[in-house]
Design a protein. Structure first.
Length: 276
């Protein structure tokens, strides 16, 4: 049974990388916060490359769309999108402080806390902060990714592609998989204090950066060195946070679906607001 249609305006925080396939349509699963700041939503399936150029959106763009809560997905944050209703309302246009205020309410102290809340409230989306000194950016050739990593990547794709027709020409298959190893900022109720998390990054941005660097630099060695510089040395210094989400087929398992960073520290912003 389908829920009622609802028109929403959402600030997009992440687009997951569309998995290429010769048999299935490519789709993008997005996550964002409603314009009023009250809801953190998972939005799918979106055939991003089929959208008119004027309605294709990036991180922090404000997008209007009609959504429906479908009973086939028990995760409370998950909504299906009427693809024909998608309209780009505003490109960016908000300050760094406003960006952080948008997603700060959805930060959890650790993945362990998210797992606890998932069991009690079915929460399936959240944001966590890693300890900066614990972060390690890892590159693996896609064929060297272990079976579990590949299974997750395949499931991410198939869940997004299950309702679609008229396949597009597949995107170039990624040669590498990218991971972050880390300890949560507050590991007291998490297993990562003894065993750091290692999660594949499913944010479209990371693969797009690799392909851009590949075109820009002459050798594979230089391309991967630039990836290390960006994601190991530079980005972690900018208050890096991870958007964590579950899959419908694995509703208790969180994966990294997006990266957030800012020159504004969410904790410092909270302290300043408390003073006033």
């Amino acid at each position: 049974m389908q829920g009622k249609h609802q028109k929403r305006r959402v600030r997009i925080l992440v687009k997951a990388f569309p998995q290429p396939s010769v048999k299935h349509e490519e789709t993008v699963c997005c996550a964002g916060v409603t314009e009023d700041g009250r809801e953190f939503l998972r939005l799918y399936p979106i055939r991003y490359r089929r959208l008119p150029k004027g309605d294709q959106f990036d991180r922090y763009d404000l997008v209007e769309m009609t959504t429906t809560k479908a009973s086939s997905d028990a995760r409370p944050e998950s909504y299906r999108v009427d693809e024909g209703s998608i309209r780009l309302v505003q490109q960016g246009g908000i300050s760094e402080e406003a960006k952080v205020k948008l997603w700060r309410p959805f930060i959890a102290p650790s993945i362990g806390i998210l797992i606890e809340e998932n069991k009690t409230t079915e929460r399936s989306l959240g944001i966590i902060r890693p300890q900066p000194e614990s972060i390690r950016f890892i590159v693996k050739e896609a064929k060297d990714s272990n079976a579990e990593d590949q299974e997750v990547a395949d499931l991410v794709f198939h869940e997004q592609a299950s309702l679609l027709e008229d396949p597009l020409k597949p995107l170039e298959k990624p040669k590498y998989s990218f991971f972050y190893q880390f300890i949560c900022a507050d590991p007291t109720r998490c297993t990562c204090a003894k065993n750091p998390h290692t999660h594949q990054i499913h944010d479209w941005e990371v693969q797009a950066t690799y392909f851009n660097y590949k075109r820009k630099y002459k050798t594979e060695e230089e391309t991967l060195a630039k990836m290390q510089q960006a994601y190991q040395e530079n980005i972690p210094t900018r208050n890096l946070h991870f958007i964590m989400g579950t899959m419908a087929s694995h509703p208790r398992t969180f994966i990294v679906i997006g990266l957030l960073r800012s020159g504004v520290d969410p904790e410092e912003l909270s302290r300043q607001q408390e003073l006033f």
